[in-house]
Design a protein around this ligand. Structure first.
Ligand SMILES: [Zn+2]
Length: 220
């Protein structure tokens, strides 16, 4: 038995407050969602996540059709791209954490493995994290870029903007956000001169977790 609809909405509200209190989102930036089968609950556009209430949550289907409430986040397309591509995704967070953004501005070019794995905790939860080039917030081109990567990656760095992660549930999604932000912080404070895990160490973790970055739809 999974969580009921009201339990999922409660989890969405609690997670949004936690992200705000941990300064992983600020003011009205960022958006959060949870999924139950073919339905998604997402924060309303412009909602302040630190003060999220049930009337500011919008129910949509996987095509983005609004079923309850009004005006879903303009980043709905990024959330839906993750849910459509990843059947195990139960929660998606888009946040604007300071060090993740700082780090994204320091990388010379986009790659599919943009964040050095300084800790096993990061690599276990986030794994390989591609960076998407700058797109305006809410742009269709941004949602398309996410759509292209979502089948293979559950955490994405958005240049000069923030991060997008999908987890099996809200608590796993928050854990991924925290690990990505901490790894970006380590990268910034070490000037990327620190020693990250070696490729063989990463591959041993992948093997233990039964995942491969060549395959689509792995568990997040
Ligand atoms: Zn944003």
């Amino acid at each position: 038995m999974g969580m009921s609809e009201s339990e999922k909405i409660d989890a969405l509200i609690a997670a949004s407050k936690a992200l705000y209190e941990r300064k992983l989102i600020h003011a009205a930036g960022g958006n959060t969602s949870v999924r139950d089968g073919d339905f998604v609950w997402i924060s309303q556009t412009g909602a302040e996540l630190g003060k999220l209430t049930e009337d500011k949550i919008v129910k949509v289907d996987l095509d983005g059709k609004v079923l309850e409430g009004t005006a879903p986040s303009k980043e709905l397309g990024m959330h839906l791209a993750m849910y459509r591509a990843r059947e195990n995704a139960g929660a998606v967070i888009h946040a604007h954490p300071t060090y993740s953004i700082a780090y994204s501005t320091l990388i010379a070019e986009e790659s599919t493995d943009s964040i050095p794995p300084y800790t096993a905790a990061f690599y276990v939860r986030a794994g390989r994290v591609p960076m998407i080039s700058y797109h305006p917030s809410g742009a269709h081109s941004l949602h398309e870029a996410v759509e292209a990567l979502a089948p293979r990656y559950h955490a994405l760095l958005l240049r000069q903007h923030g991060i997008l992660v999908a987890g099996t549930d809200m608590s796993s999604a928050i854990g991924i956000v925290e690990e990505v932000e901490q790894c970006c912080q380590i990268s910034v404070v070490t000037g990327s001169n620190g020693a990250s895990l070696r490729e063989t160490q990463c591959r041993a973790i992948d093997k233990a977790l039964g995942r491969s970055w060549d395959n689509v739809n792995q568990t997040s």
